[in-house]
Design a protein around this ligand. Structure first.
Ligand SMILES: Nc1ncnc2c1ncn2[C@@H]1O[C@H](COP(=O)(O)OP(=O)(O)OP(=O)(O)O)[C@@H](O)[C@H]1O
Ligand SMILES: [Mg+2]
Length: 326
């Protein structure tokens, strides 16, 4: 395996969704969902796209996996253009997007995998073994002959993953692979993704979870409003906050407008607000905590301040800073 080989190359990729003229309000305007993004992914790498709702993650994955035609820019996957060589490319890649769609609920897990193997023209003599191997891989052997309608959510998600592997793809796209899974199954799914990567598969995934990106990805891109805000190893992402400090304030109440006021203070690059049991906590990414603390305290006057602490920034704070509009 040549780890320097570039398997996915994206340059100035743009997707504008056309205005939906039959809709009122926002639906009547065109939407710039992906705004000139560029990156390369190497063979065997796990590359993540991390970003808030509506950032453009699914749109990007759809363009690379031949499901959506880009508005402009270039994309190359395994040396092919997903919008032109889609049929040829599809035999060598696969996409798993979670949820309820894409499986046949009246069929058993094994029958589903049989069906999808036929779609990918897996030779008859190989099919039986491949389907069994995949059932073993995702831990569904014992439930292989039960109808999918009786599967739990986690079982369906694992079957989705197995389905994504029937054609032994060189590149696997995973759109939120652990969405809605309980912590145990999510952990098993991440372990499986790592295993596939170790065996040489190139994997591009999206996630909402910083810790997941941190645990899984060799490199990640942080995307917000269609724009890549940062790209690199999870470790290098911390550079964004290397010179920052965190002020963590707990008070009986902190309003949205107080949060906005905090964000507007000089030297503050991001503020997150979390509601805890009977109290609120604001986490501020700041340049100089010492000079800001009195200002923050007076801003919250009358709000029963419980504590004000200074903390070291985490990867989560780097993410917050990068996707913050300030
Ligand atoms: N078919 C469509 N027509 C018009 N706008 C769309 C369409 N699909 C997505 N969008 C818009 O494009 C933007 C990016 O959407 P996308 O689904 O790529 O985001 P995402 O990062 O995957 O979000 P999430 O984390 O919620 O899955 C959003 O503003 C979304 O509303
Ligand atoms: Mg999405």
């Amino acid at each position: 395996m040549n780890e320097n080989e570039i398997v996915i190359s994206v340059k100035d990729l743009v997707k504008v969704y056309p205005a939906a003229t039959h809709l009122l309000g926002d639906g009547g305007k065109e939407k710039l969902a992906v705004d000139r993004i560029s990156f390369d992914i190497h063979r065997g790498e796990i590359f993540g796209m991390l970003g808030p709702n509506g950032a453009g993650k699914t749109t990007t994955i759809k363009m690379l996996s031949t499901l959506l035609i880009p508005t402009s820019g270039t994309a190359t996957v395994l040396g092919m253009d997903p919008s032109k060589d889609s049929m040829k490319l599809r035999s060598r890649i696969n996409l798993v997007s979670g949820g309820e769609r894409g499986l046949y609920f009246r069929l058993t897990g094994r029958q589903n995998l049989d069906f999808f193997s036929d779609m990918y023209q897996v030779p008859r003599e190989k099919k039986k073994k491949r389907v069994q191997d995949l059932l073993d891989l995702v831990g569904l052997t014992d439930s292989a002959d039960i109808r999918v309608e009786n599967y739990s959510r986690g079982m369906k998600q694992r079957l989705h993953l197995a389905r994504g592997l029937v054609n032994e793809p060189e590149v696997l796209f995973l759109d939120e692979p652990t969405l809605g899974l309980d912590p145990e199954i999510a952990r098993e799914t991440r372990a499986l993704i790592k295993k596939l990567s170790r065996e040489g598969m190139t994997i591009m995934l999206t996630t909402h979870y910083m810790f997941e990106a941190d645990e899984l990805c060799d490199r990640l891109a942080i995307i917000s409003n269609g724009v890549i805000k940062g790209i690199g190893s999870p470790y290098s992402m911390k550079d964004a906050v290397r010179n920052d400090t965190i002020i963590e304030v707990e008070a009986g109440e902190i309003t949205q407008s107080q949060k906005e006021q905090m964000k507007a203070l000089p030297g503050v690059s991001a503020v997150s607000l979390e509601s805890l049991e009977g109290r609120m906590m604001a986490r501020m990414v700041v340049m100089d905590a010492a000079t800001l603390i009195p200002t923050v305290a007076s801003l919250l006057e009358g709000q029963r301040i419980i504590s004000i602490k200074v903390d070291q920034p985490t990867l989560e704070d780097a993410y917050l800073k990068m996707v913050s509009d300030k």
